[in-house]
Design a protein around this ligand. Structure first.
Ligand code: MEV
Length: 432
């Protein structure tokens, strides 16, 4: 589907449009097709039989809102980012911050390394050095076998098993545990199934060659062999703000309590894309957090530093995703999300995720160090309280206005206040 070159113009004022207008603008700009609009407006996926291909005991679907973040320019290319998420303000903050970055800076991304990791555990080996020598002697043979018998289609796509390493872990009682790492390039697949299959397949030849017992085989989510990077450079920004963001960043570098929340905010940008594109967000979460703790202390996966008149931010962590295979292929909404993104493959998707995570982090730090987090949440929160209290359409503007006044006075609002305001209004309107 060809994108209109003036799509930015077509999508301007996107958040102010009605639901159907948003769909038709996305169509007009070339991000979705008319049948996609009909699919989305019709409520998306409904056929339970597809769900049964994914999990057991299906009783229905759990619907999350799917939004799009506009304003993103990443590596000099414009993107509309599909985000499936329930949390208020995430999409709005992404758009607002991406606009800011687009106006006074740039986002660049890259991936270093290509290998994912499979682990083969041998809980106890008699002599580690001897074991290691035997494995390394047979390494090329094991790689060829795995590539021929299990990963042939991956090899045809330019990937496959590339290396085998042996690690020693000391057991608590002093004996030795051996762990074999099987490194594999899964190309555009996430690679979990194939690397698990390779490890299980190698169990027999390893046992035969070493006369030791393999105890388990499974991929590792700590993929420190394939790291996604994103960088934001803001050329010229208010120096007081830059200083505040740098201090906030230092806080999350030094303190694991803050780092956890900082990284949660980063994942606010990443998880919604993973969900929208049918990727395994638990795997990415596990990898990002394990990587954040690699120094022995849990730290932030982002850093912000003042430079001259500007500010530079960076993200670094594994984001292993796929654009082929599994749910990504089968789920029509995931296919639609990938079409909207127009990514060239798994690495590209992972770079987009890193960029959006870093933008989300910048938005959060800007809000936290200036107006605070509540302000951004309040507009929708007031609306939700109003609806939650049971206000009907004509009553909504009055209740919203009163709640805004109460918030201005008390600095907080609650559902019971929304209910009181509504009762007050209804008593005023009811005949004596
Ligand atoms: C809330 O979902 C995310 C934040 O807590 C992130 C952060 O504190 O950096 C605002």
């Amino acid at each position: 589907m060809a994108l209109k070159s003036n799509f930015e113009q077509i999508l301007s004022g996107f958040s102010k449009l009605s639901y159907l207008e948003r769909l038709s603008k996305l169509e007009e700009a070339g991000f979705i097709r008319h049948e996609d609009s009909l699919f989305l407006a019709g409520g998306g996926l409904k056929d339970f039989r597809l769900g049964e291909k994914f999990i057991e005991n299906v009783i229905g679907y759990f619907q999350l809102p799917l939004g799009v973040a506009t304003q993103f320019r990443i590596d000099q290319k414009d993107f509309v980012i599909p985000m499936a998420v329930e949390e208020t303000s995430i999409v709005a903050a992404a758009c607002k911050t991406a606009k800011w970055v687009r106006e006074c800076g740039r986002i660049t991304t890259s991936v270093s390394g290509a290998q994912i990791i499979g682990q083969i555990q041998l809980a106890k080996v008699a002599n580690f050095e001897k074991f290691k020598a035997l494995i390394l002697e047979k390494k090329s043979e094991f790689i060829s076998l795995a590539n021929r018998d299990v990963a042939a289609s991956m090899v045809r796509r330019g990937g496959g098993v590339t290396d085998i390493l042996v690690r020693e872990l000391i057991r608590p009682e002093g004996g030795c545990m051996a762990v074999i790492h099987v490194l594999m390039d899964p190309k555009d697949a996430m690679g979990a199934n194939i690397v698990n299959q390779v490890c299980e397949y190698l169990k027999f030849p390893i046992e035969q060659a070493t006369q030791e017992k393999v105890t388990m085989c499974i991929l590792s989510n700590l993929v420190d062999t394939k790291i996604t990077h994103a960088q934001i450079v803001l050329e010229k920004i208010d120096q007081d703000l830059a200083h505040k963001i740098e201090e906030a960043s230092l806080f999350s570098e030094l303190d694991p309590y803050r780092a956890a929340t900082n990284n949660k905010g980063v994942m606010n940008g990443i998880d919604p894309i993973l969900i929208a594109t049918g990727n395994d967000w638990r795997a990415v979460e596990a990898g990002v957090h394990a990587y954040a703790a690699r120094s022995g202390q849990y730290r932030s996966v982002t850093r912000w530093k003042k430079t001259g008149q500007g500010l530079v931010g960076s993200f670094e962590a594994p984001i292993v995703v796929g654009t082929v295979g599994g749910v990504t292929n089968l789920h029509p909404t995931a296919q639609l999300a990938l079409r909207i993104l127009g990514v060239s493959g798994a690495n590209h998707l992972s770079r987009i995720c890193a960029a959006v995570g870093l933008v989300q982090n910048l938005g959060a730090l800007k809000a936290l160090t200036t107006v605070g987090i509540i302000e951004g949440h309040m507009k929708l929160h007031i609306k939700n309280l109003t609806l939650g209290a049971g206000a009907e359409e004509p009553e909504i503007p009055y209740v919203v206005k009163r709640l805004e006044e109460i918030l201005g006075l008390n600095k907080r609002i609650s559902m019971s206040q929304a209910v009181e305001v509504l009762q007050e209004l209804r008593s005023q309107n009811s005949p004596p």
